[in-house]
Design a protein around this ligand. Structure first.
Ligand code: GLA
Length: 728
């Protein structure tokens, strides 16, 4: 609900559990007054105090009032160069060379339903799901208007924000920074949690107390990156899964980003989030508009778990658009870790037959099917089947696979080109690289210039030809290197600072076209695993390959970190062979299944080489996936313990929305002789209900399981446990 007090110019956004408020003061400065647990409202600008602070200057309109400074007031969208020296949200370069952005309130309008952003991902919602508020600010000297968009999804405690910047003058203006989100906190006594790592070790949570100055994470790799995720949290120092106020902020964007927090001189704090300013410079001609990507906020008054569950619900209901979003996704078998590049038609068909016999439903042909690609050094861009490996092409293969009762899916990497390819021979200027500069290769490949429509058109038609040549139910859209030498032959020198962002817009544009023409195709996003696992991609691809690391024990940490913002239904998770390719570790098949079941499930191995006993277990796992799908994909997710390689087992719980059934998953890490007896406290159950647990005849009261705990059996190293809880 949005409550506007027009006389006071006071705006209160109420959600089920939170309140967000800001107010334009008598000078037209938009002050942020409150964000936190739900309160009745009233004008909270009374919380703000004024004092003469040395070296904090005073804006023109307050004359000699030295107690009024933009440097000390909490701002809703901070300017720059005009007296607020903290993190800026907007940086302008004006025709006379000055760099000032000083915004004042103009007006506000409200509408039912959620705003949309052309060409950019955004949460969506009808009149009954969401409300929109648009507040217009202006820098009159620069003749630049800024529209702050707010989307309020009451039931999910979700507040989305986006920003449109309009050049209302008659000369070009350059944007050097255009944050999507600015959020001021009255106290800097907060912890900052970021999700960091690298390739094969994505999204490990890291928590630090705010120290004076700016601390930030971001990406300048052209993708949101394996190294830092565009999702961060701030919380009270004592906050944990079940207690304390915490804030989650996500950017719906798949390119360069920056999330920065500043602990300021008066022990207040500011969070900004948006496109990274590295090599960002956007020229706005008179009348033109720039739209900063959407940011999404959830505040939880009761710990991290509630924040995550609100994000999960909102993503499932208001971000995933695919027809597959709420359907059970097929159990897949993927050729990559089974064969890498070493296959032909017969070998693939053999894998498909063996896998179909055990109950898998979708066969995914990964890298290596096109051009003359036998290794990762050639053929990207030549999107036609290698007839030597695949006589009769994809049509023949997919037909035979369909006859086995399986769907057929395909890997592609449409943003890339190999130098050793026909596409590169014909269009060497279609890559990102300044003329005359030697290129930098990544995985032996170059990046196509997706800012160019003709490039996207070419790829679209090449891809569509492939799609039309076979019955393709699934696409894995991969992207396997970071961007370098970012320069487009199609743009003038004063627009090269737009290339990073235009590239992302180009990717979104092509994904949207492919979706529109192939509405029933399930698309899985991927970037060397989880290099582009962000809410921007989820708008186009309802699931994303979580990591190239398929080791069940490492996956515990990766999926745990990912779950802070993203629901299990979006995490690609597969059972692979042991010893694991990435770690050399051997874990039981049962455990690999338990971990992969809490994602979009599949296998990535030669199932035919398993023993009869293991094959029987695969059949059971597939049955378990089908049985637990609704619960895992649509239920609530509770992190019961944090993964630790050398301590208590990792445990999590999926609970149905009516709390009548739940699935407890536990995986032991390294074990040592003489382990302690462990009582595991569950969460999210109905305290008044009696639950029957798998293999236990005496029911357990919900409150006992949550307050006293469940006595875990002794588990051997890497052993796992899956227990159903059913209310009587
Ligand atoms: C990336 C993906 C893998 C696989 C390979 C194929 O690394 O993450 O799953 O598809 O590419 O080259």
């Amino acid at each position: 609900m949005i409550i506007q007090d027009k006389t006071e110019r006071l705006f209160t956004l109420q959600t089920r559990n939170t309140t967000y408020q800001f107010k334009a003061d008598r000078n037209g400065v938009l002050l942020h007054t409150y964000y936190g647990p739900r309160i009745q409202g009233g004008d909270l600008s009374r919380l703000i105090r004024f004092a003469d602070r040395g070296f904090s200057p005073n804006p023109n309109e307050v004359g000699d009032n030295r107690a009024y400074s933009l440097d000390t007031l909490p701002q809703e969208y901070s300017g720059s160069g005009a007296g607020d020296f903290r993190l800026s949200s907007l940086e302008l370069e004006l025709p006379d060379g000055s760099c000032v952005a000083d915004l004042r309130y103009v007006d506000a309008r409200q509408q039912s339903g959620k705003y949309t952003l052309e060409g950019l991902p955004a949460f969506f919602g009808s009149d009954s799901d969401a409300d929109t508020l648009v507040v217009t600010l202006e820098d009159t000297a620069a003749q630049v208007r800024v529209e702050l968009f707010y989307g309020v999804f009451e039931a999910y405690d979700l507040i989305t924000r986006a920003v449109r910047i309009v050049n209302c003058g008659d000369t070009p203006v350059r944007l050097r920074r255009a944050a999507s989100l600015c959020l001021d906190f009255p106290s800097a006594n907060l912890d900052f949690i970021t999700f960091d790592g690298g390739h094969v070790k994505e999204r490990k949570p890291n928590r630090t107390h705010l120290r004076p100055g700016v601390q930030s994470v971001g990406s300048v790799r052209g993708i949101s990156s394996h190294q830092h995720n565009p999702f961060v949290m701030l919380c009270q120092p004592g906050a944990d899964e079940e207690h304390g106020i915490c804030y989650g902020a996500a950017l719906l964007y798949s390119g360069n980003f920056e999330a920065a927090v500043e602990r300021c001189q008066f022990e207040d704090a500011r969070l900004t989030m948006g496109i990274h300013p590295f090599h960002f410079c956007w020229k706005l001609e008179p009348g033109q508009v720039f739209t900063a990507p959407e940011a999404a906020l959830v505040c939880s008054p009761a710990g991290f778990g509630q924040m995550s569950r609100q994000f999960h619900r909102a993503i499932r209901a208001h971000l995933l658009r695919d027809v597959w979003a709420n359907r059970r996704k097929p159990v897949l078998v993927n050729s990559w870790e089974a064969f890498y590049f070493d296959y032909d038609h017969n070998r693939l068909l053999q894998l498909a037959k063996e896998s179909a016999a055990l109950g898998t439903e979708l066969f995914v042909l990964d890298d290596g099917w096109f051009g003359h690609r036998d290794s990762d050094t050639s053929s990207l861009g030549d999107w036609w089947p290698n007839e030597e490996k695949l006589p009769g092409g994809l049509g023949a293969l997919s037909k035979e696979i369909n006859e086995l009762g399986m769907e057929f899916g395909l890997w592609i990497e449409p943003e890339m080109v190999s130098e050793n390819s026909r596409l590169y021979e014909e269009h060497p200027d279609w890559v990102l690289n300044p003329t005359g500069r030697p290129c930098t290769r990544g995985r032996c490949q170059l990046v196509l210039d997706y800012t160019r429509e003709e490039v996207r058109d070419y790829i679209f038609h090449a891809l569509q030809k492939v799609m039309d040549s076979a019955n393709i139910a699934y696409l894995k859209w991969d992207m396997n290197r970071a961007l370098t030498q970012v320069w487009s032959a199609a743009l003038p020198s004063d627009r090269q600072g737009e290339v990073y962002h235009r590239y992302v817009l180009g990717v979104y544009d092509l994904l949207e076209r492919v979706r529109q023409v192939n509405p029933n195709t399930l698309i899985e996003g991927c970037s060397g695993g989880g290099g582009r696992f962000d809410m921007g991609m989820l708008y186009y691809t309802p699931q994303i390959w979580c990591s190239d690391n398929t080791d069940a024990i490492d996956r515990l940490t990766i999926q745990y970190g990912t779950s802070f913002a993203y629901p299990p239904s979006t995490m690609g998770a597969h059972v692979s062979a042991v010893p694991n390719e990435q770690t050399g570790r051997s874990t039981p098949l049962e455990t690999r299944g338990t971990v992969a079941l809490s994602g979009t499930f599949g296998y990535e191995m030669v199932l035919g080489s398993l023993s009869d006993e293991e094959k029987a277990l695969v059949v059971q796992q597939i049955a378990a996936y089908k049985e637990s799908y609704d619960l895992i994909q649509t239920g609530d997710y509770y992190r019961l313990t944090a993964p630790s390689p050398d301590g208590a087992p990792t445990a999590w719980l999926h609970v149905s929305p009516d709390r009548r059934s739940a699935l407890l998953c536990v995986v032991a890490g390294q074990t040592h002789a003489g382990p302690p007896f462990r009582l595991l406290k569950l969460q999210g159950l109905d305290p008044a209900l009696q639950y029957r647990l798998t293999g236990d005849d005496t029911p357990w009261p919900g409150d006992v399981l949550m307050q006293a705990g469940y006595p875990l059996p002794m588990l051997n190293e890497y052993q796992s446990l899956r227990l159903w809880l059913k209310a009587e």
